[in-house]
Design a protein around this ligand. Structure first.
Ligand code: AMP
Ligand code: FES
Ligand code: ZN
Length: 300
């Protein structure tokens, strides 16, 4: 197989794009997909002070590398979740990546907030993955606002986004459908959030790491049950195999033609948010979700 661009020997085939590339042209393809996402949705400018949430997995490492490579002002934030057998490796991989590629890194230790994930798991009677996600989102936002970042970037890729869209659609979850997408603009109490890798699949980010020489973590979180999202990803993979390019079309179609309707619907039903009296995070309840978890954790 030949590289579509330069006709040298190809090293990677991308059926979804009906093409194949050599290593050099693949890097160009990857860069252009990120540039297109940024341009189409006005995600970032060169003036932005970007906080990239880096987990130590392939997506967020590829994202930090690509944004730094495009000349953006990038700082990494890694949250050490204190999960034995998983957090040590994630932290190490993130630290050595940032050192190798000269990217500034901040580390937030969740145990210093009284929220070490294994302890939270013992005390809070909800699926730990969703509680952990809620805690991470809270601290991404808080850290960005407290330290003067203009935007938070995460490594969510096309597979993550399409699986989420599929799940939201199956449940007709209009609230989540209304704000799903690569850009969540800043609002009172919320920093702007962007997902510049939304056009790239898991395979494509892994391939970038391989070609650039970025070492990343493989091990899934030990608490992950491999629940519905993994199943949806598998179903969508099968669909993509039969109809290459369908995942990106489905997602782009939603962004261009579906999402506006859900936004209108939600504006009508919109819930008022007020600052949490303890920490200032926007909430529709008396106390925000994280302050409520902290209260449970403080009880002996
Ligand atoms: P996940 O929900 O684990 O698929 O992660 C989605 C995105 O959240 C990743 O691509 C990262 O940008 C970010 N993220 C997840 N876990 C962490 C972490 N422990 N520290 C920093 N960023 C994270
Ligand atoms: Fe948070 Fe698994 S990464 S529970
Ligand atoms: Zn609060």
């Amino acid at each position: 197989m030949k590289c579509r661009r330069c006709k040298k020997q190809a090293v990677v085939a991308l059926p979804g794009h009906n093409t194949a590339f050599c290593a050099e042209c693949y890097l160009l393809f990857f860069k252009r997909q990120v540039e297109k996402a940024i341009k189409d949705h006005k995600l970032l400018t060169q003036k932005d002070k970007i906080l990239v949430a880096i987990s130590g997995g392939k997506d967020s490492l590829a994202l930090a590398w690509q944004l730094a490579n495009l000349g953006y002002d990038v700082t990494g934030l890694h949250i050490d979740l204190a999960i034995p057998g998983s957090s040590e490796q994630a932290r190490e991989l993130t630290t050595s990546f940032c050192k190798n590629f000269n990217i500034e890194l901040k580390i937030l230790e969740i145990k210093n907030e009284g929220l070490a994930i294994p302890e939270v798991k013992k005390r809070i009677r909800r699926p730990i993955c969703s509680v952990c996600g809620q805690i991470k989102r809270y601290f991404f936002n808080k850290f960005a606002l407290d330290h003067g970042f203009t935007v938070l970037a995460t490594g969510h890729n096309l597979d993550d986004e399409v699986a989420r869209l599929f799940s939201n659609t199956l449940r007709w979850d209009t609230a989540h459908l209304s704000d799903q997408g690569p850009l969540l603009p800043a609002e009172n109490g919320f920093v702007r959030k962007v997902k510049p890798l939304y056009r790239l699949t898991e395979f494509e980010t892994a391939n970038l790491c391989y070609l650039v020489g970025i070492e990343y973590g493989f091990a899934p979180c030990p608490y992950s049950t491999g629940a519905s999202f993994t199943y949806y990803k598998r179903l969508l993979e099968e669909l993509e195999f039969k109809q290459p390019g369908r995942k990106l079309q489905f997602y782009e179609g939603f962004l261009n033609r579906g999402q506006k309707g859900f936004k209108l619907l939600e504006q009508k039903q919109g819930q008022e948010l007020t600052p949490c009296p303890e920490c200032g995070y926007p909430t529709s309840e008396e106390l925000c979700g994280i302050c409520r978890i902290k209260k449970v954790m403080e009880k002996i």
